[in-house]
Design a protein around this ligand. Structure first.
Ligand SMILES: *Cc1c(COP(=O)(O)O)cnc(C)c1O
Length: 392
């Protein structure tokens, strides 16, 4: 059989059997509505609260601080819009975020701007680390919220969230972090981070797509995004998606239990980075060498188009990405790569490999065997490359 190497775990992850097994009873016999007062409902409500407690325990939170949502994007939207609208009632109409956030957060900020809020987009250095100087210069007693992601989905940069949260709190602002990429890759604890809100998503840690959660610290008041019945203590309407919530609890426990394995994943990441850079001329690592997610490799190749590279890799059974799955449908270069100062041409020729605990050394060697000839083949067809080589 041909080899298949899945190196796009930052886009989504395969659903794990353990997660499906845990979900199955709630897709079949245990179909009750947790709000019902009869036995079927009680059975569901006990399972719901058990899942909430298990997720809270992983994050270092209290069960009452966990709210279920439909996905990471909903959690991002709720945190941003909810905190902005609540802030407005106290005369705070300014939001601070970064230029390299996920589109779910960036587009929520664009919506807030249309509603009259002011948004500051912090710049980042060449490694993708948010500028603390710009933060200090921008923040004021008008700032309702500071929102910076814990780890970037394209280049793997891990942000200094605890430091940023401290500055936000000194000015009476709330602190939110999108931890969707971080969960399962690095230890995440809400107390150590000092955040007021934190978003996570199931399908990046092996649940099916369509479940997320938002941590909201006790005492923090934000407006609702989804109004409805009294579910989630009146803060998020909609009958709870119990099977997926059970799946999320199983997935997060499994992800935390496997954190020690991430050291091996980080070694495999470095093995890939070192060998790709050595084998392919005119290639550059995008993002940091240190302080990077253990599963993230992002390399720019001059003189080629990332999309063509993806197609040829796909023919060889290698699933990769140019950046984020969400922006790959458009031809604009990644906003993250542009923010760290990668020139347009190189941003277009970038490849993201996101590996996991499932990735083996043989998988890495297969990528290292297939990638260099693909890059060479594309360059041989490129007039830009020909010109550049003749100029030398
Ligand atoms: C995937 C992702 C999201 C969106 O999560 P969904 O569950 O797909 O909506 C948000 N932020 C980051 C950093 C992500 O990687």
């Amino acid at each position: 059989m041909e080899r298949y190497v899945y190196a796009d775990n930052a886009a989504t992850t395969p659903v794990s059997k353990e997660v499906v097994d845990a979900m199955m009873p709630y897709l079949t016999d245990k179909w009750g509505n947790p709000s019902s007062l009869h036995a079927k409902g009680r059975e569901a409500s006990i399972a719901l609260e058990d899942a909430r407690a298990r997720i809270a325990a992983c994050l270092g939170a209290d069960a009452k601080e966990i709210y279920f949502t439909s996905c990471g994007s909903e959690s991002d939207n709720w945190a941003l819009k909810g905190a902005a609208l609540a802030g407005k009632q106290k005369g705070r109409t300014h939001i601070i975020t970064s230029k390299i956030e996920h589109h779910a957060a960036l587009h929520a900020c664009a919506w807030l701007e249309k509603q009259g809020f002011t948004v500051t987009y912090l710049g980042v250095d060449t490694n993708g680390v948010v500028s603390i100087e710009e933060l200090k210069a921008a923040i004021s007693d008008k700032t309702a919220l500071v929102s910076v992601m814990l780890a970037n989905n394209e280049i793997g940069t891990i942000e200094p969230i605890a430091e940023i949260a401290k500055i936000a709190h000194e000015h009476g602002a709330l602190m939110f972090t999108d931890a969707v990429q971080a969960i399962g890759n690095i230890p995440v604890n809400v107390k150590e981070l000092g955040v007021d809100m934190l978003a996570l998503s199931g399908h990046k840690i092996h649940t099916p797509k369509g479940i997320g959660a938002l941590y909201i610290k006790k005492g923090v008041r934000i407006d609702n995004l989804v109004d409805g019945g009294g579910q989630e203590r009146g803060k998020r309407g909609g009958t709870e998606n119990l099977p997926y919530i059970i799946g999320l609890a199983t997935a997060i426990e499994r992800a935390y239990a496997r954190l020690p394995e991430m050291e091996r994943v980080a070694k495999l990441r470095d093995y890939l980075i070192d060998n790709i850079l050595a084998a392919i001329p005119h290639s550059t690592l995008n993002g940091p060498r240190e302080g990077r997610l253990p599963g993230n490799v992002n390399i720019g190749f001059e003189y080629i188009e990332g999309e063509s590279m993806l197609l040829l890799l796909d023919f060889e059974g290698i699933a990769a990405s140019t950046g984020s799955a969400c922006s790959s449908a458009s031809l604009d270069p990644s906003h993250v790569l542009l923010a760290i100062g990668v020139p347009h041409e190189r941003a277009h020729g970038s490849l993201r490999l996101s590996i996991s605990t499932e990735t083996t050394k043989e998988d890495a060697d297969y990528i290292l065997e297939k990638l260099p000839p693909i890059v060479q083949r594309l360059r041989d067809m490129s007039p830009l490359y020909e010109e550049a080589m003749q100029a030398k």
